[in-house]
Design a protein around this ligand. Sequence first.
Ligand SMILES: [Zn+2]
Length: 74
Amino acid sequence: MTENTTTHQWQASTVLQVSTEQIQDMLANAALGEAPAIELPAGTEIDVLTVNCRACMRLFEDAADEPCTPVPMP
Ligand SMILES: [Zn+2]
């Protein structure tokens, strides 16, 4: 895949509610040196709060019709 700096890289922000059991599984995996991850059942629907670009950090509704100007990551 070619990196095009004027193309937005959209991502959706969401809130994921987790159970204590899922957190304990996640921490157990992290303790084993694995990346912390939460497994979701198939068909899980996730509410999207906002969509923004991970390159320029602007919201979809503000930036969708303008080229992407990536901001440097700290
Ligand atoms: Zn962008």
